[in-house]
Design a protein around this ligand. Structure first.
Ligand SMILES: [Zn+2]
Length: 113
C-alpha cells in the first residue's frame, strides 16, 4: 500500500534523525509533500500514528505536512511551473519538485542524562 510505505519512510527517517541527535522525545515531524504525490494525506497521518504508537520516542508526536507545488527545470534554463512543455524552447522540461516526500525538520526534546 502506497500510503503505508510513505508513512513508514517518514517514521524511519524521523527515528534515525532523532537518535542521531540524542533525542529523548519527538514532538513534531515536518514533511514537504509534492502535490503530484498521489497519496491520501489523512491516511498517511493515520498510518503514521499507528506505526509510532508503540514507540516511546514518538509519544504524542504529530505529523505536520506542507504541500509543495510542482516545478520544472529545462535544459534551456527555464524554471517554472509549466510542467509539460517548456514555454521558452518547446522542449520537455524535467520535473524537479512536486513528486517527493521529504522530512524537512523534526522537533525533539533532548534527554538530560
Ligand atoms: Zn526549454
Amino acid at each position: 500500500m502506497h500510503e503505508y510505505s510513505i508513512a513508514y519512510d517518514i517514521y524511519q527517517t524521523a527515528r534515525k534523525a532523532a537518535l542521531e541527535h540524542n533525542a529523548s522525545q519527538i514532538l513534531r515531524v515536518h514533511i514537504d509533500m509534492g502535490t503530484l504525490v498521489m497519496a491520501n494525506l489523512e491516511q498517511v497521518k493515520f498510518l503514521f500514528q499507528i506505526l509510532t504508537e508503540e514507540d516511546p520516542l514518538f509519544i504524542g508526536a504529530e505529523l505536520s505536512c506542507h504541500s509543495v507545488e510542482p516545478s520544472v527545470h529545462c535544459t534551456c534554463g527555464y524554471e517554472g511551473t509549466e510542467l509539460y512543455v517548456c514555454p521558452q524552447c518547446g522542449g520537455m522540461p524535467e520535473l524537479i519538485r512536486g513528486r517527493e516526500i521529504v522530512v524537512t525538520n523534526i522537533e525533539v526534546e533532548v534527554g538530560e542524562t
